[in-house]
Design a protein around this ligand. Structure first.
Ligand SMILES: Cc1cc2nc3c(=O)[nH]c(=O)nc-3n(C[C@H](O)[C@H](O)[C@H](O)COP(=O)(O)OP(=O)(O)OC[C@H]3O[C@@H](n4cnc5c(N)ncnc54)[C@H](O)[C@@H]3O)c2cc1C
Length: 459
């Protein structure tokens, strides 16, 4: 009899709890990946991410081939058909048990419950994707709503029991190294080859970051002209890499410094915990992934949603250089620096008065690292509708943000070449320059309107 490992957002052979368990408990193992192109269309998944996903599935197929585990890539069309497709697949291949790593968003939890109901064999769900237990709770048993105490508690838990990284399982006896299915193309794609999509390439990226850049992370991470961050978000989002691998490697390079939240290495560790925090929030407060605000009162904000302003933001022609450079980086590369995501998101909501859900959707449609929980958390943070303790009256000034984080305009000019030759204040508040628009709004005026919008509904 054969057991099945069902891959979802955990496309790797190293440190994969479900793969380790299935290989330990069963002599014969097959693997399956369900493609859901209709679902991807509904979510507007970016062409660059589709290409990245296809390359990642191909690499997984090759890795599994070396382990003697054939991977079947099944077109299930839509997420909702997966339970019945899984059942058919198990019957067709005489499967005695299914293994998968647990996913924590509400739709995925429901899908897994349906699978359990419909299958007449066990579905074993293993803990993965997070460093710390999802069910971590405050002293009163309630989930955390604020990041700092959450991260403090996670550190305590992880210091008491450092997460183990699992090895790649040994090849099965029935080893058939030639078995490598190729993932078919599904929908429009954009070349993602600038991003490693194979396990070895991603590990190399992690090693290099920890060895060369983690020691300066805090100093460099806010400056988009500096290559100061890991750029591992796309790999983490598809599970080509686990956060445990990240933390273990960081500790190997930086030692005990990781436990000091104010150090460079400790700051990077904190970013991994932000990722976990947004999963914790999405799990405990599932309304946030159903289009609702975490701060429910903010759902009453009458966002004016001017389509022309939205288009100008999306296309990088707002007349605010740092915002335009950010949005053009996103269109050109499918990725945006974290500082710029905060600036661009704040600008959309608080200067253009456009609903954060529009921005959230646009990011999902363009980012290579689109991740539902992190994207939602980031947008709600920027719009002051989310968990963050930062009050709504903290509004980014796009001009001073540009002056602070790209003072010489190195990043701006790369993406907004119309501004080449300008220096200092002129670069950040350009005079009429051919081919570059004047500011589409007055920041100070818009700021006042935002404050009034929030204050009115809050009161
Ligand atoms: C409006 C907005 C939308 C965002 N959308 C996404 C998204 O769709 N997918 C996504 O992975 N991240 C998202 N982020 C978080 C963050 O911007 C990216 O994770 C980060 O820029 C990725 O670059 P990096 O891999 O070099 O990060 P590093 O600085 O090297 O950080 C390491 C890892 O920690 C995680 N991380 C870092 N910062 C955050 C954060 N603020 N929140 C959650 N996780 C974090 C990521 O997995 C990242 O790869 C968003 C942030 C904002 C403000």
């Amino acid at each position: 009899m054969t057991a099945l490992i069902w891959f979802r957002n955990d496309l790797r052979s190293l440190d994969n709890p479900a793969l380790t368990a299935v290989c330990k408990n069963h002599e014969h193992v097959r693997a399956v990946y369900f493609l859901c192109p209709q679902q991807l269309d509904e979510h507007g998944i970016a062409p660059i991410r589709r290409h990245f996903l296809r390359r990642a599935v191909d690499d997984l197929s090759a890795q599994l081939g070396k382990l003697g585990i054939p991977l079947d890539i099944v077109n299930a069309t839509h997420f909702k058909h997966v339970p019945s497709q899984l059942k058919n697949h198990c019957q067709k291949h005489g499967i005695e048990a299914v293994y998968a790593n647990q996913e924590w968003l509400v739709d995925e939890i429901q899908r897994d419950s349906l699978c359990t109901e419909q299958l007449d064999i066990p579905l074993h769900l293993l803990d993965d994707s997070l460093l710390s237990p999802l069910h971590i709770a405050k002293g009163d048993g309630q989930p955390y709503k604020v990041f700092t105490p959450y991260s403090r508690r996670c550190r305590e838990v992880l210091a008491a029991q450092f997460p183990r990284v699992l090895r790649r399982p040994a090849a099965k006896k029935s080893s058939d190294a030639g078995t490598t299915a190729q993932c078919p193309k599904f929908g429009e794609e954009k070349d993602s080859s600038a991003w490693p999509a194979d396990e070895e390439g991603v590990l190399q990226q992690l090693r290099q970051f920890c060895a060369e850049r983690a020691a300066d992370y805090q100093k460099h991470r806010d400056f988009p002209a500096i290559d100061g961050t890991s750029r591992l978000s796309a790999a983490l989002a598809l599970g080509l890499l686990s956060p445990r691998q990240c933390l273990a490697r960081l500790q190997q390079e930086c030692g005990e410094e990781i436990w000091d939240a104010k150090s460079d290495a400790g700051t990077w560790f904190n970013e991994l915990l932000w990722r976990e925090f947004y999963r914790h929030v999405a799990y405990h407060f599932p309304r946030v992934v159903k289009g609702q605000a975490f701060q429910s009162y903010t759902d009453a904000i009458p966002w004016p949603n001017d389509q022309a302003l939205f288009d100008a933001w999306r296309e990088g022609r707002t007349g605010f250089p740092i915002v335009d450079a950010a949005m053009r980086q996103l269109s050109a590369t499918g990725w945006m620096h974290n500082r710029l995501r905060m600036i661009a998101a704040s600008f959309l909501c608080k200067d253009l008065h456009i609903d954060w859900r529009w921005g959230e959707r646009h990011f999902l449609e363009t980012l290579i690292d689109a991740d539902f929980a992190s994207n939602n958390g980031g947008w709600q943070w920027a719009a002051s509708t989310g968990t963050d303790a930062a009050p709504y009256f903290r509004i980014f000034n796009p001009t001073t943000q540009g002056q602070r984080f790209d003072a010489d305009g190195e990043f701006i000019v790369h993406y907004v070449p119309e501004l080449k030759g300008l220096r200092g204040k002129q670069l950040h508040q350009p005079p009429a320059v051919s081919d570059y628009p004047l500011p589409i709004v007055d920041h100070n005026e818009r700021r006042k309107i935002t404050l009034a919008l929030f204050k009115e509904i809050r009161d």
